[in-house]
Design a protein around this ligand. Sequence first.
Ligand SMILES: [Ca+2]
Ligand SMILES: [Ca+2]
Ligand SMILES: [Ca+2]
Ligand SMILES: [Ca+2]
Length: 136
Amino acid sequence: MPKRPVATILAVLSLLAAPLVVFPITTARAANALTAADTDKDGTLDKAEVDAAAGAQFDKLDKDKDGTLDKVEVGKRLSKTDFAAADPDNDKTLTKAEYIAAADKAFAAADADHDGTVDAKELHSKAGLALSKLIK
Ligand SMILES: [Ca+2]
Ligand SMILES: [Ca+2]
Ligand SMILES: [Ca+2]
Ligand SMILES: [Ca+2]
């Protein structure tokens, strides 16, 4: 069987199941973000790793390659309020610098013990999940 229909069916199933399994999905997102962004494999994310991952994520999200992200490209990664906060020049788009600054802010919020890194436990918090969404 070709791969694509199976993936589509799985995607539909996971959408249907989403309300029932919100916690495992968010946990998986945090775990994925940690695995993907932790380039020195020390089990935590530092600011440089977050900046690099946010920059890569920005490039991935910028589908029309115009160098900015509009609300459609950002999707649900930022709430309306957080998007506005991330867009200080209020031009309704985020440059890469604005996007990375938003990730830095999310990083600071997630670093509950202020040791300059976000570990797995911190990444599984509400603030950590918000950070995960911006970097993976
Ligand atoms: Ca690391
Ligand atoms: Ca764009
Ligand atoms: Ca802007
Ligand atoms: Ca920490």
